[in-house]
Design a protein around this ligand. Structure first.
Ligand SMILES: [Zn+2]
Length: 280
């Protein structure tokens, strides 16, 4: 098939406890609620734009301009956009011209040109930037993620439903394909080239995106791990909805990343990986 072009876009930064990326499921430490700001670390917030011969696809949406109206940290704006609790857990900013919608429009792509906007899961640093993409042809997330994020407790703590409400978001169901740590995936275009692979653990309905073409593969594993280091040293994220599932998912990420056909594999927040474009 004609080539698929994959752009890793950097859509801002997030300040978190060092226990969040590599905290092995310790939620209290990972929240950083009792940690002084100077001990926190800045991580990138990425999104992935895929130019496929049959579709234009955005995976995750980074921060919204409303988080950072002047391109710098803005406490008041963040509390308004997220919530007080989420502001305490993750402060962020996105430089001007660097939100996902701003970067795509610099490439000549408008929301209405996108065939799919896929949210790997519904945490704020992935769903925040969704509102400018309301005109996209389809906005989707897994049904398991939506169900979990809109539960009574979750919707008032970990998640911010206002980030996706009113965007026309739809849910999809996984099929038992045998692919991935729990054997479940969703074939986005029906030709196996873009597989949304269920990698539960960090959140209930989290997906990795496995892109395959011409005998090569690229894996975007979102928050299944926070860096390449995560699968090399088997370090789980600090926030884990289910630790055993997260470990199994990380093993699968490691196995795919180590295959010869996998030419690139990256997390959403890896500080070691810079924005880049890869063609397969
Ligand atoms: Zn994240």
């Amino acid at each position: 098939m004609e080539k698929i072009k994959i752009h890793l876009l950097r859509c801002g930064y997030v300040l978190v406890s060092p226990n969040l990326p590599f905290g092995n499921g310790n939620l209290i430490k990972a929240s950083g609620l009792f940690e002084p700001k100077k001990e926190k670390i800045w991580l990138p917030v990425n999104a992935v734009y895929i130019e496929h011969p049959a579709a234009k696809i955005l995976i995750d949406t980074g921060w919204n301009r409303a988080m950072s109206p002047e391109g710098v940290e803005d406490k008041e704006a963040q509390i308004k956009h997220l919530s007080h609790l989420l502001y305490e857990i993750n402060q962020g900013y996105v430089e001007s011209g660097k939100t996902a919608d701003e970067q795509l429009s610099q490439m000549g792509i408008n929301a209405a040109d996108l065939d799919y906007v896929v949210l790997s899961h519904l945490d704020c640093d992935h769903a925040s930037g969704l509102s400018p993409f309301k005109e996209a042809k389809k906005i989707i997330v897994s049904d398991e993620e939506m169900k979990s994020a809109t539960g009574v407790i979750n919707s008032h703590t970990r998640y911010t439903p206002s980030l996706w409400e009113g965007t026309g978001i739809e849910t999809f169901s996984f099929s038992n394909t045998g692919l991935g740590p729990v054997g479940e995936s969703y074939d986005l275009l029906g030709d196996s080239s873009i597989q949304l692979v269920h990698i539960p653990g960090h959140s209930k309905g989290l997906v990795a995106t496995l892109i395959s073409n011409n005998g090569k593969q690229v894996l975007y594993f979102s928050d299944g791990g926070y860096a390449t280091r995560s699968w090399k040293d088997m370090l789980l994220p600090g926030v884990c909805e289910n630790k055993e599932a997260a470990y199994k998912s990380l093993e699968w990420i490691r196995d795919i990343s180590c295959t010869n056909s996998c030419v690139d594999s990256f997390a959403c927040h890896d500080p070691e990986i810079s924005p880049h474009v890869i063609e397969i």
